[in-house]
Every structure is written in C-alpha cells, then in structure tokens.
Design a protein. Structure first.
Length: 573
C-alpha cells in the first residue's frame, strides 16, 4: 500500500501543462476524477488478491472455513430449513487468473451461501396490493448505496401473499440479475424483492462486507436478446477468492479506511472545482461588463497570461466561448472605426431594396426594450428587417423512400456548426421538388432547430447538398450582402440570442419556437465592415478555445494512460 500512497498525485491529478514548462504541481482545477475512480478499483482488486493486508499464519485457513460452512449447510438441510443445492463443479485451473496466498481458496459463490431467493411483483392492477408498510425493492433501489435502508415502493401483506415476491430478512446481499447487472446492496431492513433481484444469505463464517467488496470487482456479463440477465446457475458458479475469516475482517477495515480517503480526495476536488468555477465566472464577468473595447482589452490582457491555469476544464472553455460571443454582439470585442458607414444607413438600404414578402408591422425598438447598450454607429433591428426569408420545413412529414432518394433533415441532423445527414430518412426526387417550391436551403442560409430540447442549435450552410427540411428545422436567410450570415449566426448563438429564443419558446408537448416569434427577435447590427472584422476575430478566438480543449483532451488521455499503467504495475508488484 506504500506504492499507492507514494504515487497519490498520479491518481488524483492530470499531467502538468507544458505551458508551465512542465514544472511545479498541477492546479487543483486540473485534478482527474478518473484517477480516483481507478484508485477505488485498485483498492478492491488488491483486496481480493490478498495484496491489501498482510497474511497472519495463525489464522484458520480458508479450507477450515469451508468445512464449517459445509457442516452448517448440511445441518440446515437436515432440519428442513434450506433446500439442498445441486453439486457445483470444482474450480478449473483456467478459472484461476493468478495465485492466491497459501491460506486462501478459490471457491464457487454457491459454496459460500446458505440460500438464494428470488422475488416477484404484485399485480399493479390491484390497488390493495400497494401502498402498504412492507418495503419492496426493484433494480432502481439497489446499488445506489452500500446499505439498503429504504425503497421507493411499498406493498401490503396481501400483495406479498398474492405474488411470487419474498420477504428477505435483513443482513442479506441483494444483487441484480436482470437489468442493472453488477449492482449490489446489503439490506439493513426486512425487504420484499422483485423478479429482477436475488437475495443471498451467507453464514456467520463469511463477512458479507468482504463479499460486497469482492462483487464490485466483477464484470457481470448477461445473456438475452432484449434484456441481458444472468441465470441463477451462472451466478452460483462465479469463482470467488476466499481468505480466512480473520483476514476478511482486516481487509474490510482497510478497504473502508482507503475508501474514506478517496471520499476526502473527491471532496477536495469538488471544493477546488467550485472555487475554480467561481474564479472563472468572476474574471469573465470583468470582460463582459467592460464599458467599451478599451476596457475589454485591458481586462483581456490581465487574463491572457493565465489561460493555462484558468481554462483547464471543458466547462470553463465553453464559458469562455460564450463570453466571446457576448462581447462580439455588444461591440466590445474589437474597436469601432469612425469611418465605417453606420448601421442605420445599412438598414435604410435594406428597407429601400424591399423584402420577398410583406412583413407584419412591429413597434419601433425603444431603449427600454433593448437587451444591452451598443456603440453609437450600431443599430437595433428585428430579425424580419434584416432577413429575406424566415420559414420552416414541411409540417406534414413527406413519404419516405429507399436510400436512393433525397435526404430529409430533422432536428437531430442540425449540429452546432454543421449538418450531419448520415442518419436520416429519404424522400423521392418528385417529393423533394414539391418541398423546394416552398423552401429550398441555399448557400449562406442559417438552419436552426426550432422544436424540441435542442431548439436554438444552428449552423450556416456552405456548399449545400440537396436535401429537404421538416417542421423541426427553421431556415433563416440573411439579407445579403448587407448582413453577414456568420454574424447573424453568432448573434443567435450568443447568450443574449439564446435567452431571447427561449423566452419566446412556447412550451406544450415539447418546446417550439414559431416563425412569428423568430421575426420578432432583436439583433444588434454593426456596420458591414465591422461585421466582417467581428466574424474574423470570433473565428480566431474560437480556434484558440478549440486548441485549449484539444490540449485538455490530450492531457486527460495521458493522465488516464498513466493511471492505467500504474494500476497494472501495482497488481503485479
């Protein structure tokens, strides 16, 4: 166990960033939950291999323990208290992946238990069977904690008597044998169980806490076409590493001690993560609340020198991306050029050139209505005033055809920044032509999800292939060339844009943003030249964020490989 203690940093921290020159300790925010997970696995694996605590030659060997268990089972069978089990095959050599200490034994699970019981479910159609005082356990109750002290559902005595459920006395081990394979709990209360569980009753010669730890090391494999399960015979035939009883107690005590250490490490990580999160939010707020570009530039300069310690989690990098988008639409990301033609002139040009169709008259945007202040040469506008078309896809789902047809884009195909048509249905060319009369996606159109949980997710079409859309996807066509589609897209992606979208979503069976509400969304419009500069700057900064995320992923992968290597080394130490 000194090897674990001596290398504790390997289990709890990712590699030190090269930005620091590889020197010093890793920041608390970069600590790896994967390492603690693997540390828990290692503790349990060492425990069942006889490598966690020292052996005591004065302990009664496991063979003596097995003799006592066999005698107790024979007595209970003779007294009619348990049923005789069919003989289990001896452990084969190929089932012993490693050598155990000399006073341990390889045994079958069925050799250790006194009894095994299943369960059942009272009829749900009979209200008299439910809502009683008897706790009734199913898969959803098992494995959440080591000890089962309560259940979600309860049944009545009548429900118990009129079903195949069994009342299991406290002090047994409950395992899942259908769904939730590998889940296990020790019941601290008398509990009825359903048909997906088995209750194992152990003799006093077995520390059930040791068996609990052993079972957590098992990768329980099930069979079945619909729901995987493990048959009772296969469960009873699982090989178990059995130490002397006294050593079982010592192992349990040591496991408890080390798991408590893991709990403390996780708590420290949680505290450090919360502190780190607060720090990131505070520093990013200094950017987004800057009065103008000059204030932003000064705040950015202070933060830029600490990127390697600030943005060390995916969450913090995503927060940085959102801050960049917010700054972009506030006019703080880049300096304004007084020589640029003002946005008001641009909007006048759009109005004179006309729209594809007449729009509903909307009230003038007042200062009380605007989401935030903007530079003097910018203007606020409704989406209907800066777009040539806002529509959605087919409301009646078109008839599908084989793979030889035209792809049909739904909400699932609209990703953040691209269209993924690998998993979709198809329509005929004739059906597609009919759909295109109403709405045909073109280059530089914005496609946005407008129905469901991913409402607001969007992409700009580049080099469009032929496809049609359904109702869950909206098409927004910016009024080119005065409005850049990339600028309008980043406005929608920004925290301000997403807030507007979800404030206008109608909640019914599922969230839905209607076309009329899209027309009424408000957007801050910069001069055309500044739109170009903003889009270019956002692209540069997003690329930086992606680089940070890629380095983080590489760092985590290196850390996990290092942890895995240490895991294997300690098992053969």
């Amino acid at each position: 166990m000194h090897l674990i203690a001596d290398h504790l940093d390997i289990w709890t921290a990712a590699p030190v960033s090269k930005a620091n020159g590889g020197r010093g300790r890793v920041s608390a925010a970069n600590r790896s939950p994967y390492g603690i997970k693997k540390l828990r696995e290692l503790i349990l694996e060492l425990a069942v291999r006889g490598m966690l605590v020292e052996q005591n030659p004065n302990d009664d060997p496991a063979s003596v323990l097995l003799e006592k268990i066999a005698k107790e089972k024979a007595r209970l069978i003779k007294e009619g208290k348990i049923k005789k089990q069919k003989p289990l095959p001896k452990i084969r050599e190929e089932e012993k992946p490693y050598e155990l200490p000399t006073n341990w034994n390889w045994v079958r699970l069925g050799d250790l238990i006194l009894d095994i019981a299943g369960g059942g479910t009272p009829s749900r159609n009979n209200s008299a069977f439910w809502g009683g005082e008897i706790p009734w356990a199913s898969v959803k109750d098992v494995g959440k904690t080591k000890f089962l002290n309560s259940t979600i559902d309860k049944i009545t005595v009548e429900g118990l008597e009129n079903s195949s459920s069994n009342l299991i006395p406290k002090g047994c081990v409950i395992v899942c044998t259908r769904m939730g394979l590998g889940k296990i709990s020790i019941n601290f209360i008398d509990v009825a169980i359903n048909q997906d569980l088995k209750a194992l009753r152990f003799p006093e010669n077995i520390d059930i806490n040791y068996f609990y730890n052993f079972f957590l090391t098992q990768d329980v494999k099930g069979t079945g076409m619909t729901v995987a399960g493990i048959r009772q015979d296969d469960l009873l035939n699982i090989p178990v590493q059995l130490p002397p009883l006294a050593e079982q107690h010592r192992i349990v005590a040591k496991v408890d001690e080390l798991m408590a250490l893991c709990d403390r490490l996780e708590q420290q990580q949680g505290d450090s993560s919360a502190t780190h999160q607060t720090l990131v939010e505070t520093l990013l707020a200094t950017l987004t609340t800057a009065a103008d570009h000059q204030g932003f530039a000064e705040a950015w300069h202070r933060i830029a020198g600490h990127f390697d310690t600030l943005f060390t989690t995916e969450e913090s990098i995503d927060q940085l991306k959102q801050a960049i988008l917010q700054l972009a639409v506030q006019g703080k990301l880049i300096p304004q050029d007084p020589n640029d033609e003002p946005a008001s002139v641009l909007l006048t040009k759009i109005a004179k050139e006309g729209k594809l169709k007449k729009q509903k008259s909307l009230p003038e945007i007042s200062e009380d209505d605007i989401p935030h202040a903007i530079p003097t040469n910018w203007s606020w506008a409704y989406f209907q005033n800066v777009t040539a078309l806002i529509t959605d896809g087919e409301h009646a789902t078109p008839p599908r055809v084989s793979l030889a047809g035209i792809p049909m884009a739904t909400a699932k195909n609209i990703r953040d920044g691209f269209i993924d048509l690998r998993d979709t249905d198809f329509v005929s060319e004739e059906t597609a032509r009919k759909c295109w009369k109403r709405c045909r996606p073109e280059h530089d159109d914005i496609l946005m999800v407008c129905v469901g949980a991913t409402t607001g997710r969007l992409t700009v079409i580049k080099e469009p292939e032929k496809f049609i859309m359904v109702r869950s996807v909206a098409l927004i066509r910016p009024f080119s060339p005065h409005i850049l589609p990339e600028y309008l897209a980043l406005s929608l992606r920004s925290p301000i844009g997403q807030k507007q979208i979800w404030e206008n979503v109608r909640q019914s069976a599922q969230p839905c943003l209607y076309i009329g509400k899209m027309n009424e969304l408000q957007v801050s419009i910069p001069p055309l030249a500044e739109q170009h500069r903003i889009v270019a700057k956002v692209d540069d900064l997003m690329a930086l964020c992606d680089q940070l995320k890629a380095k983080l992923t590489q760092s985590q992968e290196r850390s996990e490989k290092l942890v895995d290597a240490m895991f294997q080394q300690l098992l053969v130490a």
